[in-house]
Design a protein around this ligand. Structure first.
Ligand SMILES: Cc1ncc(COP(=O)(O)O)c(C=O)c1O
Length: 379
């Protein structure tokens, strides 16, 4: 049912931080659920116009899944399904913000949300990040100068640097948001993948004042091609987003949403996550070991979770290295891809989810072969 990964002769080893292992996607179960979704559709309800907030059974199933797995005390009135987190950010950006609004963003950020915010003519102000996630004290100081309307961040595993927002910063951020009337846009793209230490619950779990608009996605859990994600926010916020969606997209894919609801309710998605966590944990360890062996000049901390390693490569022209590695069939992400402000560019993000351990070892050997040329180019 799901398309297989296209084999590109230029990039045989996709070390891209956001791509899950699509060969492991539960395609048979999804196929059965899709057939059931169509076969059991009573009086064509799923074929009809429906609720702009999403298919009601899926919204209810998501509400109880999110309560159980992420501590989000939401009922289905607080849940809105969308066609990917990117689509959710677009709808929320249109419904809740206006062109010219100032949005704080982590100084390294995923290029899709940052490009989207520029498209929406939002005024992006970069905030430094470190080993404890977004620097909330710097954000506070920045707001004194240039009034911020919203804060977009990836607190679970900062994208791309993988750090987790510290408990003290979480508390301070929520308190500041309440006092300054900031809207917090929490992008929790890889919540499920935690390999070391205790799971960290979302900022939305701690939100007592309705300041957080929470974005989750099934793109990393199942597959990005399904374009299924969700927003959790206070019901009046959800209704504003739905009112906007009604005019630009009408509703989601109800047949697919009902099938995904089935997979959630019968435990298929939880089983798949448990399996992928085991697989990704082993891949993460294999990548770290290969990097230590083949590229000892890299500085990195093994991530506590997620799908990628962030490494500093002091003095190396990482853009040249990435271009050379691509010629050898390996694609990784240079820091320049994520820069939203003035930041060091001698760093890289190396994804481990889409390749098995042997592939990761071969990919790292090729990266090492690509390095000397990149070094000379920088000198
Ligand atoms: C931080 C972040 N936000 C949003 C997205 C978009 O996800 P989706 O496929 O759900 O639109 C991605 C995808 O890589 C991401 O990494």
């Amino acid at each position: 049912v799901l398309p297989r990964r296209p084999v590109s002769p230029r990039a045989r080893f996709d070390l891209l931080g956001g791509v899950p292992d699509l060969d492991s996607a539960p395609t048979a179960a999804l196929g059965r659920a899709l057939r059931r979704s169509v076969a059991t559709d009573r009086h064509g309800a799923l074929l009809d116009y429906g609720d702009a907030r999403g298919e009601p059974h899926l919204r209810a199933a998501l509400a109880s899944w999110l309560a159980r797995t992420r501590g989000l005390a939401a009922d289905s009135a607080a849940v809105h399904t969308v066609r990917g987190a990117q689509n959710g950010l677009y709808l929320a950006g249109r419904a809740l913000l206006a062109p010219g609004d100032r949005v704080a963003i982590e100084v390294y950020a995923h290029p899709s949300p940052s490009a989207l915010f520029r498209l929406l003519q939002l005024d992006l102000v970069p905030v430094p990040v470190d080993g404890d996630g977004m620097d909330v004290a710097a954000l506070d100081a920045l707001d004194a100068d240039r009034r911020v309307r919203a804060v977009y961040l990836t607190p679970h595993h900062q994208l791309p640097t993988t750090s987790t927002l510290s408990p003290a910063r979480r508390t301070r951020l929520l308190e500041l948001a309440r006092r300054r009337r900031w809207l917090i846009l929490e992008d929790d793209y890889d919540h499920e993948f935690q390999y070391a230490g205790k799971p960290v619950l979302p900022l939305a779990h701690q939100d007592r004042h309705g300041v957080v608009v929470y974005f989750g996605t099934l793109s990393k859990v199942l597959a990005p091609g399904l374009r299924t994600a969700f927003i959790v926010a206070p019901p009046p916020v959800i209704d504003r987003i739905a009112a906007y969606r009604r005019f630009v997209d009408v509703q989601g894919d109800q047949i697919l949403e009902r099938a995904i609801c089935d997979l959630l309710e019968d435990g298929e998605i939880d089983r798949h996550i448990r399996r992928m966590v085991r697989i990704y944990r082993a891949r993460c360890a294999a990548l770290c070991e290969a990097l230590r062996g083949e590229l000892p000049m890299l500085r990195f901390t093994p991530p506590a979770g997620g799908m990628a390693v962030w490494a500093e490569a002091p003095g190396i022209d990482v853009d040249a290295w990435a271009a050379r590695a691509l010629e050898l069939g390996v694609s990784f992400q240079p820091a320049s891809l994520f820069a939203c402000g003035d930041v060091p560019l001698d760093a890289l993000r190396i994804g481990f989810a889409a390749c098995d351990e042997a592939e990761l070892r071969e990919a790292v050997r090729r990266m090492a072969r690509a390095l000397p040329r990149a070094r000379r180019q920088s000198g």
